[in-house]
Design a protein. Structure first.
Length: 199
């Protein structure tokens, strides 16, 4: 981390194109705001101006959007002393955000899956896994979780529950249903089936 020079206006740091980590739940935000009101800002806001392609942009908030929101609600002016600039690559910045957030609060299994899915999308989606441009281990290293957890998310994306249900239904249709049951299904759904077949 490097100190932020005076010419930088912290209040102008934009909160956009942030690395996607779930927001605090309302009750946790209230606790954070009350803590800042009582004890002051104990952890600086972290800003960054790098991009994935190595170019630089205006400074933006890398970590601390809830602290920033609490400060604004409390009417506290954000000063240069409350901010640190992160130096490093875009991958380093992402790893920093994930490490800070995973260490600071317990993400639910769904929140963790959402973080992994977002990172997977940024890496090129399932096609990137299939084409070996990235791996579960690489994504796990960036996100800060086990590669087994990433593997489970990839498996869910490759074999969604809806697809599994459809496969079960097809098996039942072909093996388990009698001719009378199939005929009953076709009669009950004749209008929809005709519409689908005419597409």
């Amino acid at each position: 981390m490097v100190a932020v020079s005076d010419p930088l206006r912290p209040e102008r740091c934009v909160v956009r194109r942030r690395i996607n980590v779930p927001s605090n739940k309302p009750e946790k935000f209230t606790e954070l705001r009350e803590s800042i009101h009582k004890y002051g800002l104990e952890q600086k806001l972290i800003i960054y101006n790098g991009n994935a392609d190595g170019t630089k942009d205006p400074w933006r908030l890398l970590d601390g959007r809830n602290r920033r929101k609490a400060l604004k609600e409390l009417g506290v002016e954000i000063t240069v002393g409350m901010v640190e600039a992160f130096e490093g690559t875009y991958a380093d910045a992402k790893a920093k955000v994930y490490a800070l957030n995973f260490a600071r609060r317990q993400l639910s299994a769904k929140e963790q899956r959402d973080v992994i899915k977002n990172e997977l999308d940024e890496q090129g989606g399932l096609e990137a896994i299939t084409a070996k441009r990235t791996s579960a281990r690489q994504i796990a290293k960036i996100v800060g979780c086990s590669h087994n957890t990433v593997g489970k998310v990839i498996e869910e994306l490759q074999n969604p529950k809806e697809l599994a249900k459809f496969k079960e239904w097809k098996t039942a249709w072909n093996k388990d249903l009698t001719e009378e049951q199939r005929l009953e299904f076709v009669r009950e759904n004749a209008v929809d089936l005709r519409d689908l077949l005419s597409m």
